[in-house]
Write a protein that binds this ligand. Structure first.
Ligand SMILES: [Fe+2]
Length: 113
């Protein structure tokens, strides 16, 4: 099965063969994962702004992985998760809540992510 970028112009997600449906599912899940991770860090940073740990969190808020999956979703015409806004809101709340509990909880959440 060929998953090269050349196929992106002739296939839509609805017309993809089964193997490509599997690829679409993986891309969608990984995109959702990156969305949640990004918003967890944003929630942590919102609470710990000015804390010595804030710089480390700022560093983890890199956008590169999410941008990569945004590009892949566009290239392969894969829609994001229907729950994408929910993952974003839930991630922010998880990040803010763990940060409010303290730096150790923040770090535990970060390691778990
Ligand atoms: Fe990442």
């Amino acid at each position: 099965m060929d998953f090269t970028a050349e196929s992106k112009f002739v296939m839509t997600e609805q017309s993809l063969p089964k193997a490509n449906q599997r690829l679409a599912e993986h891309l969608r899940v990984n995109h959702a994962d990156e969305r949640a991770a990004q918003t967890i860090y944003k929630g942590q940073h919102a609470v710990l702004r000015g804390h010595p740990q804030a710089g480390e969190i700022q560093h983890m808020m890199e956008q590169e992985h999410l941008d990569t999956f945004d590009t892949l979703l566009n290239d392969y015409k894969v829609r994001p998760s229907l729950f994408d806004p929910l993952w974003g809101a839930a991630g922010f709340m998880l990040g803010a809540a763990t940060a409010a509990l303290g730096p150790k909880t923040t770090l535990a959440c970060t390691i778990a992510v």
